[in-house]
Design a protein around this ligand. Sequence first.
Ligand code: MG
Length: 277
Amino acid sequence: MNPTVLRTASGVATAVGRREGNEDAFLAQHPLFLVADGMGGHDAGEVASALAVDAFRDLLGRDSVAVDELTARLERAADLVRSIPATPGHGAGTTLAGVAVAEQGGRPYWLVVNLGDSRVYRAAGGVLEQVSVDHSELQELLDEGRLAASDAAGYHRRHVVTRALGPQPQVEPDFWILPAAARDRLMVCSDGLTGELDDAQIAALLLGEADPQRAADRLVGAALLAGGHDNVTVVVVDAVDGPGDDDSTVPAGLLGAHDEPDDDTLPRAAARTWDEV
Ligand code: MG
């Protein structure tokens, strides 16, 4: 077997929760694992998230994708969302977060993308870390030190996002690139999960269940039991074989023009790690 090829296994679960309809959408097939959380009046949110993930569908079934290919689909997705008829004060938009399998120099990488407050987490070596950084009013207040982390759960505008696909003229995704190794697990979720469960609860469920489908089912079930106030979607993707985790070097140039991240796109793994439960 070619040790540089990354094979994945995945599971996905979604639930409407206490909402009237499910405005979350997902794509979960190698090499793309995405979650979109739509917003807008009437059924605009549902249409927005569905159109956004559809823009990536032609990449499914490939071994890997490149960052420029993702960027092109993000632009297409934003155009599709902007084409949705708006109701006054309620223009359509959607978050989009996910992970793609990328390849450079014969090595596989996880290419993580985010716009909004859906999230990507990684479990590697028995430790869970949040990879993506929310584009939200809450995250900005935390970053500026104007709100204590202990007050975040009760913040009344925690659902206000500062970047999304559709409402803004520019598409400004953040990217992260992580070396992929056998036994890595990544999770992509909508805020219906992280609004109900804290990171320790997520770690316990995600690290405690080997099968990716059962892990996704258990996480969604726990979010519903905890209140299920919002739509909740979880995609779990495992690297079932690939290189060992001995080489963690990321080659220069893999992200191209995205190699110099903004301050607000730097990974914050150090603040968000847990020991294996
Ligand atoms: Mg939501």
